[in-house]
Design a protein around this ligand. Structure first.
Ligand code: ADP
Length: 365
């Protein structure tokens, strides 16, 4: 089926080069699986806006191929050529360098060595807590394969709006501007995306969304510390990073991987947060620690990174996440709500200080 899709795309002519979009090298990252087709329309010298008619034509052409059930095409660009009229901020991705977000004072990445440690839960509640503290906050859910922010922020029915100036207005909840692939593409469809498509789409979510003006943009990175995370850490203009870890002793290895990833791209570590740290039975008041306790703190100490606090294992937190009512916004006086507000204060103070790019020193005992 790939051959038929390529043939169909060869019928789409690029008006600038006069050749078809395949010969012009505009189609990248083509994937065909189970009738689902995905690709990026990308040009080194044209802004995504100019590529939109080609993207639409290529998508329509691919859809005519028998057996194709769904087509997803996104546009992205490198080094956009300056056009006559000034472009409304924010600017499109430029080169393989940093994406310019305009008036966004700080960009904070929330990362974890692996999935399921509560990274999204922390990112969501932190964003809400920072907004509660009076900051203008944005939250970008960069987890293309498992976006959970729309649910956690109570925005399952929200749809981003395209504005007259071609920027995207992000939905808002609890005073936070939110953008997630979950608003745009269903998870099953995104599963077939490969690296270039993911990066293209995330680049657009950074560059084409009307984030500014913001005090802080929180980016909930995909779990893990592989190439995708590294590329994103390179392209987003990160001010600092937070690493979320569970308390097991093995957390050290996970935290170290995260720290090393950000060191590679020269992003300072603002701190380590331990999640699912101990559990207090509300009936007996007894505390237990099913995942152990203190592993992330030990990792932070060993790596010379600040420890920002521990969040207990709390079934109410999981329920609130599923219900789209983050405690940092909806129950700020609860113990868990207060914990997030405390951590947000430390984060706010950390961002206000000049951050050392040297990264923490690894101490070997
Ligand atoms: P990640 O982003 O690291 O994959 P999530 O934030 O999606 O993790 O959390 C995974 C699951 O764990 C979710 O169901 C979430 O509600 C739950 N969870 C996260 N933190 C806690 C906590 N402190 N107590 C109880 N459940 C939690």
């Amino acid at each position: 089926m790939t051959t038929s899709v390529v043939k169909a795309l060869q019928e789409v002519r690029d008006p600038i080069t006069g050749t078809d979009v395949i010969a012009a090298g505009l189609v990248r990252g083509l994937t065909v699986r189970d009738g689902r087709v995905g690709f990026v329309i990308e040009a080194d010298d044209r802004p995504p806006r100019d590529l939109e008619p080609l993207r639409a034509a290529a998508e329509a052409a691919a859809r005519t191929v028998p057996g194709v059930t769904r087509v997803t095409a996104v546009t992205t660009a490198h080094d956009p050529a300056p056009s006559g009229a000034p472009r409304a901020a924010p600017k499109p991705p430029s080169g393989h360098g940093k994406i310019d977000l305009g008036d966004v004072a700080a960009v904070l990445a929330v990362a974890s060595g692996k999935g399921g440690v509560g990274k999204s839960t922390v990112a969501v509640n932190l964003a809400c807590a920072l907004a509660r503290g009076g900051k203008k906050v944005g939250l970008l859910d960069a987890d293309v394969y498992g976006p959970s922010t729309p649910i956690m922020m109570g925005l399952t029915d929200a749809k981003p709006q395209r504005m007259a100036d071609e920027t995207i207005a992000p939905p808002e909840a609890y005073g936070v501007k939110v953008m997630s692939m979950g608003f745009l593409v269903d998870a099953e469809q995104a599963m077939i995306w490969r690296g270039p498509m993911v990066m293209g789409a995330l680049g657009q979510l950074l560059a084409d969304v009307a984030w500014a003006p913001l005090d802080v943009l929180v980016i909930d990175l995909p779990p893990g510390t592989g190439d995708a995370q590294l590329t994103l850490a390179q392209r987003a203009p990160l001010t600092a990073a937070l690493i979320v870890s569970t308390p097991q002793q093995v957390a050290l290895a996970d935290v170290r991987r995260g720290v090393n990833m950000f060191r590679k791209v020269n992003v300072p570590i603002l701190g380590i947060i331990e999640n699912m740290s101990g559990w207090t039975d509300p009936d007996t008041g007894k505390t237990s620690a099913p995942f152990g306790r203190g592993g992330a703190k030990m990792a932070a100490d060993a790596l010379g990174a600040p420890f920002l606090g521990a969040i207990p294992l709390d079934p109410d937190l999981a329920a609130a996440s599923d219900a789209g009512t983050p405690p940092a916004a909806c129950a700020p006086e609860s113990a868990i709500g207060l914990r997030f507000l405390e951590i947000a204060d430390l984060v706010g103070a950390g961002l206000a200080r000049p951050l050392s790019k040297a990264g923490p020193r690894i101490v070997v005992n």
